[in-house]
Design a protein around this ligand. Structure first.
Ligand code: GDR
Length: 333
């Protein structure tokens, strides 16, 4: 029988890559978004999979909406990628962030209990649950110490998943993903902002890149690889949580410098720091130990920071080129 995956929050970066990955594996894919009729699904279009999946509306923070979709679709696997995903925005929208992450996860877990407790559930967690790990590498047993409303919500969702797994025997697990990037990242995330602006500087369309705190350190991976891990987590015998990361941490300054270097530019001539991009509470450094994923899922990150930046720059330049050609064609009429 063909496996049927339900991806909640299909319109984002991970939803698009996961859709593509599961279609390649022969899955039937149904994706939800809060308002599917109004969504442009530009990420699904960019990957050429929009026509191959069914989309429908679901608000995961509304229990009735979740129940009706679960009854209709009868999925064999559920991937919850929905919810407010910007750490920065969570400081100004804490309630919406909490609701869209914690209540949504609870509704899906309760929906599984009510409709089909044999279905498998993947919950998108985040390295933000650990807060600052300093020089130490976080593993699956590291204590949570979140520093943002977003991190607090993700930590609560992880605990709910663990609880439902223990209490009711559900196949439910969380992927604790560290930062993962791609050309589908919106501009409000730092890697896309850096690469986009640096390319615009290279093309002569901009002169300055205004940044927040350049001292922060993160583990940056490649999003298309991370969705493979999500799928693998639902294929093992019993559900467990996994850290998904490269295991290498670099500073944001390194990221900026490498991007400008690849473009043959001197970053010091273009980059300024503006306090308005600093957060009320800043996670300065996180480090990851992803060895359990390698051991038990056979998954490890293939692309590291420099290779990721090279791919991002290549895609950004291709898109700018295409936009310029489109503009010229439009001007000609
Ligand atoms: P993050 O990603 O908060 O780690 O969450 P983001 O790219 O927004 O920020 C990374 C770090 O860069 C610093 N920073 C800036 N950030 C932005 N957006 N813009 C700036 O100009 C800027 N200057 C410095 C930030 O302060 C921050 O420390 C991402 C999201 O995908 C989450 O959903 C996910 O859970 C985590 O990664 C793992």
């Amino acid at each position: 029988m063909k496996k049927r995956a339900l991806i909640c929050g299909v319109s984002g970066q991970d939803g698009a890559y996961l859709s593509k990955h599961l279609l390649n594996k022969g899955y039937e894919v149904v994706g939800t978004s809060r308002n599917a009729e109004q969504s442009a699904f530009s990420n699904l279009k960019a990957l050429g999979v929009e026509q191959s999946i069914d989309t429908l509306s679901m608000d995961p923070s509304d229990f009735a909406s979740v129940i009706s979709v679960l009854k209709k679709i009868e999925p064999t696997e559920i991937y919850n990628l929905s919810g407010q995903s910007s750490v920065s925005l969570s400081f100004s929208q804490p309630t919406e962030t909490f609701k869209s992450i914690v209540i949504a996860t609870l509704n899906i877990l309760e929906g599984m209990r009510a409709i089909d407790n044999t279905c498998k559930f993947y919950n998108a967690a985040s390295s933000e649950i650990f807060g600052d790990t300093g020089g130490k590498k976080a593993n699956e047993n590291t204590m949570f110490n979140p520093l943002s409303p977003y991190g607090v919500a993700k930590a609560a969702a992880v605990w709910n998943v663990r609880n439902y797994r223990k209490s009711y025997g559900l196949y439910a697990c969380s992927g604790i993903l560290f930062n993962h990037e791609s050309p589908l990242r919106p501009i409000n995330f730092v890697t896309r902002k850096i690469v986009h602006t640096a390319c615009q500087i290279k093309l002569g369309n901009a002169d300055t890149l205004e940044m927040g705190n350049l001292e922060i350190r993160r583990d940056w991976g490649w999003a298309p690889e991370y969705v493979e891990a999500m799928h693998e987590m639902l294929q093992i015998e019993s559900p467990k949580d996994f850290i998904i990361a490269t295991g290498e941490t670099s500073s944001l300054k390194d990221f900026v410098q490498t991007t400008f270097e690849i473009l043959n530019l001197n970053w010091k001539e273009h980059v300024t720091v503006n306090k308005k991009y600093f957060r009320p509470n800043e996670l300065l450094e996180n480090r990851a130990d992803p060895r359990k994923a390698k051991r038990e899922l056979g998954w490890s990150a293939r692309l590291k920071m420099r290779a990721i930046i090279e791919k991002l720059v290549e895609s950004e330049l291709q898109n700018s080129n295409k936009e310029n050609i489109d503009k010229r064609l439009a001007a000609k009429g």
